[in-house]
Design a protein around this ligand. Structure first.
Ligand SMILES: Cc1cc2nc3c(=O)[nH]c(=O)nc-3n(C[C@H](O)[C@H](O)[C@H](O)COP(=O)(O)OP(=O)(O)OC[C@H]3O[C@@H](n4cnc5c(N)ncnc54)[C@H](O)[C@@H]3O)c2cc1C
Length: 423
């Protein structure tokens, strides 16, 4: 087995597999040495298999730059090269039909993530892409000295190999047991790239023990969640919050979590507040409680609140606010009413910490997009090196956006690298 490749791709996750397929389809490795995928894991695709609750949320019906935290005009250009329609057609060509759910998320019709992984691996095999598992890459040396063609020496834990182009697709640090442990950033740094501070995103949040989340575990409700950093609102979004035994999760919390983890990582004062009656401001809620008090003075405050939020939450909130749930509206003091209105419209969530890399779905931070040529994903620092997927400083919200980023960047880099070889 010769240890020379046209293109070596480091990391055979979603982005690396896509890049290999598109590079091979564009002609790389057809006549000369091959396309080689090196991965440190024993088995390929662990993250794809666990994604979307084992169903793999491949993309979303509508993907825009606003769905990502990343440099918007660069994200826009990359998505324009390979967007949702192209992704759906591509998966159909691989034999994977996608279906749309009410949320706009697209899943394989089989509801099985292994359908996606198998299709990608089959295509790699058909195209003659060589996949080497148990090959953890330790370092990459670039012999690029223009005008000579770039050349890379890739040292891994089984020896070394050479390649004319190298594509780094090592992911971030989320779910490290799948093989994505952040080492790829060190390789990128050794090659001259910078890496912005990284922190868990799409991660559940742990609340202080004094909060009432434990008794509500399993209850979910619609909220408006606001994140404030040193007094300035940095995020506000509406969606479903899930109470859990450790704190809070659910789409709205996962999406907002990056703002909390980033601020915390930067040592800022960060506060999260929840509004449990979306569509009503504090004044309207106050009026509603007063009007109801006049109409039905014997109704209990918990019963009233439960007209608009889950029963268990209504009772737990009253206890938390030190208002006896059975207090009749007629007996509710002005101070108690103020507490209830405040609790319903602006309850501070005492977030202690995020749940950490083992529970984060994605990594925020990474190699800045400004160091990449968005037309090819080639490094602006090292000719012949390409960087793709989660290792870049771009993270999407929940709903299939992070895989879309992997497919899109994989497409651009695969094509770009193949084209540069034939130039
Ligand atoms: C539980 C969970 C559920 C998710 N569900 C969804 C979902 O439904 N939809 C969605 O859009 N996104 C989802 N995501 C996010 C999505 O899985 C990732 O954003 C995406 O997989 C990133 O792809 P990637 O190829 O860049 O990195 P990864 O998938 O992390 O792949 C990186 C690969 O590189 C290998 N590697 C790392 N370092 C080295 C090295 N030094 N040498 C060799 N190989 C190396 C790793 O073994 C790994 O195989 C989920 C994430 C998690 C954790």
């Amino acid at each position: 087995m010769s240890d020379r490749a046209d293109i070596a791709i480091i990391g055979a996750g979603a982005a690396g597999l896509a890049a290999a397929i598109f590079a091979a389809e564009a002609g790389a490795g057809r006549t000369g040495p091959r396309i080689m995928l090196l991965d440190g894991a024993k088995k390929i695709g662990a993250k794809i298999l666990v994604s979307g609750g084992g169903r793999c949320n491949v993309t979303h019906e509508q993907v825009t730059p606003e769905d990502f935290s990343g440099t918007p005009h660069l994200v826009r250009n990359i998505l324009a090269a390979f967007g949702v329609d192209a992704t759906v057609r591509w998966f159909a060509s691989l034999g994977v039909e996608l279906k749309r759910e009410d949320t706009g998320k697209l899943f394989p019709v089989t509801d099985r993530a292994d359908t996606v992984l198998r299709a990608l691996l089959n295509r790699c095999q058909t195209l003659g892409v060589e996949i080497r598992t148990n090959h953890r890459v330790l370092s990459i040396m670039s012999n690029a000295a223009p005008p000579t063609d770039p050349d890379f020496v890739i040292r891994h834990d089984q020896g070394e190999c050479c390649a004319r182009r190298a594509i780094l697709a090592t992911g971030g640090r989320s779910l490290p047991k799948t093989g994505s442990d952040g080492h790829g950033w060190m390789i990128a740094q050794e090659l001259g790239h910078t890496v912005t501070p990284t922190f868990p995103a799409l991660v559940p949040l742990v609340l202080a023990p004094g909060m009432f989340h434990v008794e509500l575990a399993g209850v979910s409700q619609e909220v408006v969640l606001t994140t404030t950093v040193t007094g300035r609102q940095v995020d506000r979004r509406t969606g479903s919050l899930l109470w859990t035994h450790f704190g809070v999760s659910g789409p709205v919390v996962m999406d907002a979590s990056r703002f909390w983890t980033k601020a915390k990582g930067e040592g800022d004062v960060v506060e999260m507040r929840s509004h449990f009656l979306p569509g009503m401001n504090a004044e309207a809620v106050d009026r509603w409680v007063r009007d109801q008090g006049a109409e039905t003075p014997r109704r209990s405050v918990a019963k009233l609140v439960a007209m608009r939020v889950p029963d268990r939450f209504a009772t737990a909130l009253c206890h938390f606010l030190k208002v006896e749930p059975s207090t009749s509206l007629g007996q509710l003091t002005r101070e108690q009413r103020r507490r209830v209105v405040q609790g319903l419209t602006s309850l501070a969530l005492p977030v202690e910490r995020d749940r950490g890399w083992n529970y984060a779905e994605v990594t925020a931070g990474g190699v800045p997009l400004s160091e990449i040529n968005f037309r090819t994903m080639e490094s602006r620092k090292v000719p012949g090196l390409y960087l793709i997927g989660e290792m870049l400083d771009c993270d999407g919200r929940i709903g299939g956006f992070n895989f879309q980023w992997a497919w899109s960047t994989g497409f651009v880099a695969g094509r770009g690298a193949a084209k540069s070889l034939s130039a």
